[in-house]
Write a protein that binds this ligand. Structure first.
Ligand SMILES: *[C@@H]1O[C@H](CO)[C@@H](O)[C@H](O)[C@H]1NC(C)=O
Ligand SMILES: *[C@@H]1O[C@H](CO)[C@@H](O)[C@H](O)[C@H]1NC(C)=O
Ligand SMILES: *[C@@H]1O[C@H](CO)[C@@H](O)[C@H](O)[C@H]1NC(C)=O
Length: 196
């Protein structure tokens, strides 16, 4: 019985290691597709484009590029003007493999024992943020913007921004006060800041 349970658990672990497998080469309802179905041209806007004035993430997941459904991969192009941050967040369904194309970045993640792993990245460096762990990126340079490309091991990695999920949803205020051992006034100040 116990062996059986262990065996079942092992199979479940294998089955949930990434996006579900599909039983076809790719997913489509259109039987006259051609190579265009496998091409995403939405990033052409980046070529010769200006840097944004605030942090910007351009995603290419199955929401933007439905062909990725079933392929277990996606991208995000991250643009960091001087001094900008990508606030603490989590991707529940995938690890993130980030390649720094230009500029410099301060990055870090926290594991489940609350140990912080932080790094200063320079152009050409690749950093991996393990699946489901809290992380952030920050361009601390005073002159150079930074550009990074992140690959994800899921067609729909998902993002939970911690400031928004905690302070800009309808979680009962008393829960937050008690969770953070803070007064209602302090929590309200944070909430107000995010309401914009
Ligand atoms: C099916 O694919 C063809 C070739 O890419 C395209 O011209 C056509 O608009 C598509 N049809 C639908 C319903 O998406
Ligand atoms: C940002 O750079 C300044 C000046 O080099 C330094 O004092 C500060 O600690 C840096 N902050 C982070 C978060 O790396
Ligand atoms: C907080 O929620 C409001 C209302 O849903 C929204 O307009 C605002 O953009 C959110 N702020 C952040 C920082 O997500």
């Amino acid at each position: 019985m116990i062996l059986h349970l262990i065996f079942t658990f092992a199979i479940l672990c294998i089955a949930t290691a990434g996006d579900p497998n599909i039983l076809t080469d790719f997913v489509t309802l259109n039987n006259t597709i051609d190579a265009n179905y496998f091409t995403f041209i939405g990033m052409r806007q980046l070529v010769g484009g200006e840097y944004p004035t605030t942090f910007k993430a351009l995603k290419v997941s199955m929401n933007e590029f439905p062909t990725l459904n079933g392929q277990s991969v996606s991208y995000a192009i991250l643009e960091f003007p001087v001094g900008s941050i990508n606030p603490v967040h989590i991707h529940p369904r995938a690890s993130e493999l980030m390649f720094l194309v230009s500029g410099s970045l301060q990055v870090g993640f926290v594991d489940t024992s609350n140990k912080l792993y932080k790094q200063s990245l320079q152009v050409g460096d690749i950093f991996v943020f393990p699946k489901g762990l809290l992380h952030f990126q920050y361009n601390n340079d005073t002159k150079e913007p930074a550009l990074a490309i992140s690959a994800f091991g899921s067609a729909n990695a998902g993002t939970q921004s911690i400031p928004t999920s905690v302070f800009n949803t309808s979680i009962f205020g008393g829960i937050l006060d008690a969770s953070f051992h803070a007064t209602r006034t302090t929590i309200r100040k944070i909430e107000h800041g995010l309401e914009g």
